[in-house]
Design a protein around this ligand. Structure first.
Ligand SMILES: NC(=O)c1ccc[n+]([C@@H]2O[C@H](COP(=O)([O-])OP(=O)(O)OC[C@H]3O[C@@H](n4cnc5c(N)ncnc54)[C@H](O)[C@@H]3O)[C@@H](O)[C@H]2O)c1
Length: 250
């Protein structure tokens, strides 16, 4: 990716660990000034610190993506840094449950973080992008919630489906203002949340059935995000890019 993002400010939500952390590192490696943001402040500070220690540019902001006030503060901080030319909608939480098991509270929380969080991010960052005449939005979807569904996680899939539609809608509305918006539909990724959901063995067994026969390393998905954020992807907008180890090819 070289220095393709030099001079750009890149805000990554939920980037204290897992895929978001890998995306923050990839964008910094491409030259961006990265705003690492999360609700896990200690981890987030450590990620920003290690990017700086490695010679990159990064700062950490506490940003609960469901808080309009946090968004106002964070986007003002981005503005001070020179804008917000890249926004990555990565933060998420999820409940595991089918249609009969899912609770209203679990449903609402999953949609609030994934969908409302991304809405607020775009709502606050698009004005800065318009002012700059450029912007790249990358949303992190899922292979589930794209064209195919998996079993037993209805809120997550509904949220990721809505995130795909939301990302496309923004692509259509703002393309002529130099703003691109794309979504990545990843397959299984080896991140900390998998153990928290007590899903490690199931995810490994599922990954073994993929054409590539394994989970993704977070860096493999982060490379796709860095590409979509970069000028190399200048004619790609409104796209859903699968990075699923071949799952949807079968
Ligand atoms: N791990 C997988 O197998 C997999 C597969 C497909 C897609 N994804 C997607 O990858 C993205 C990252 O997931 P991950 O696997 O790295 O999980 P993760 O739990 O390790 O990381 C998610 C991050 O989001 C943060 N977060 C949660 N609620 C937040 C809020 N309200 N405001 C701000 N930050 C918040 C968490 O603190 C955490 O740091 C998600 O969008 C997820 O849907 C993951």
């Amino acid at each position: 990716m070289g220095e393709g993002l030099k001079g750009k400010v890149a805000l990554v939500t939920g980037s204290a660990r897992g895929l978001g952390e890998a995306i923050a590192r990839a964008l910094a490696a491409a030259g961006a000034n990265v705003v690492v943001s999360d609700v896990r402040d200690d981890l987030g500070e450590a990620v920003a610190g290690s990017i700086v220690a490695a010679g990159g540019s990064a700062t950490y902001r506490h940003l609960d993506v469901t808080s309009a006030a946090d968004w106002t503060d964070t986007v003002a901080a981005c503005d001070q840094l020179g804008g917000s030319q890249v926004l990555v909608n990565n933060a998420f939480t999820m409940t595991m449950g089918g249609i009969e098991d899912e609770t209203v509270a679990g449903w609402n929380r999953t949609l609030e973080v994934i969908v409302t969080g991304a809405f607020l991010g775009m709502h606050h960052c698009v004005p800065l992008m318009r002012a700059a005449g450029e912007g790249a939005i990358v949303s992190i979807g899922s292979m589930h919630g794209g064209a195919v569904a998996g079993s037993g996680r209805v809120a997550y899939q509904a949220a990721k489906g809505a995130l795909s539609a939301l990302t496309r809608a923004v692509a259509v509305d703002y393309g002529k203002e130099g703003i691109r918006a794309n979504i990545i539909l990843p397959g299984p990724i080896d991140t900390p949340v998998v153990a928290e959901l007590d899903f490690v063995e199931q995810q490994k067994a599922f990954a073994a059935t993929l054409p590539l026969g394994r989970q993704a390393d977070p860096a493999e998905i982060a490379a796709v995000a860095a590409f979509l954020a970069s000028p190399q992807a200048s004619f790609i907008t409104g796209a859903a890019i699968t990075a699923d180890g071949g799952f949807t090819a079968e």
